[in-house]
Design a protein around this ligand. Sequence first.
Ligand code: HEC
Ligand code: HEC
Length: 306
Amino acid sequence: MIFLLESSLRNFRKVGVFFWLPASIGILGCGETDPGKMSPEERLTYAERIYRRDCAACHGEQGDGQGPEAYRLQTKPLAFTSGHFKFKSTTSGQLPLDDDIFRSIAEGVPTTSMLPQAHLSDGEIRALVDYVKRFYPEFDSVSRARAVAVPTSPPRTDELLQLGKEMYERAGCVKCHGSDGHGDGPAADSLRDYSGRPVDIPDLTYQPRKIGTDLEDLYRIIQTGMSGTPMPSYQGVFTEKQAWALVYYLDSIAVNKWPRGMMGLVEEEVIGMRIDMRAAHALMMRRRGMGRMMDRGMVRERRKER
Ligand code: HEC
Ligand code: HEC
């Protein structure tokens, strides 16, 4: 562990940021200011400053996903102006809840350059949630969306696993994700996102997933789909039993771990750390295995500890 920390510090020295970082962190957003106690205008200005400092490099000053560093990234940052949030608990076509946006910021998106924003306080993240919603004015006008319900899971049996495998084939998941989940289905090469960009289909045999590590995360995504991507919503398609069967099947095939390189991180996460040095620094200070920390489950555990 000490070796990990040291080698990562060395790396930061190499890029010449190690020395100014801790000092600059103190200036703004070290968790001592509580935006919850500010007037609405003050809170907005404060959030804007954090956004420009910590988010605009990737998501763009105008929230259009065209930040100056976006070209380096394999998975592109969301254009908040599109309203197509992928990670949410609401049904297809609905905007995310504040809690969904909060979670993406606090826990990041594993295996991508979107790091857990470990240097921000909960109050600062809440102020940022309101700030990014302003890029998509319909957040104000549409009626409040609600989270889809995730019913209690039935016991995991061989019979359910078998049913899940059948569902996976019958419901057409194979078209995109491939018969073994490797992302090599017949439709895979032709898929595009809302902006016409080709999409990467995840290999479902790998952990952690972007959507999270819990069985509930899997149940949810089958209901919600992923807005702006070809991943459809299957709400109303499966019975509760069939949906859970599918969840157990997906869980059973997730046997591989992402190949991890420097500091135990996936390559795209390393690029994220080079760009987003405040978050990287805060994560490093936690002195635990970096790679494990990037998994959503782990970050959540840590948040509960506090
Ligand atoms: C190093 C680049 C980078 C930085 C810095 C960054 N992000 Fe991201 N962010 C991404 C990428 C890439 C994704 C998309 C992940 C995906 O689609 O799989 C993302 C996704 C998100 C999402 C989830 C969107 C969805 O589809 O549901 C939110 C919310 C978000 N970012 C907010 C922020 C905020 C707020 C900040 C600043 C505190 C920030 N990000 C900083 C790269 C970055
Ligand atoms: C038309 C193509 C298509 C079909 C059909 C499809 N998916 Fe997907 N799925 C995708 C794409 C594309 C993504 C990734 C979106 C992104 O991250 O940008 C995805 C993402 C996922 C994820 C999230 C993986 C992660 O890394 O977090 C899961 C789980 C998943 N799909 C399961 C399923 C299941 C189960 C079915 C069938 C019931 C299914 N998909 C049907 C295209 C499809």
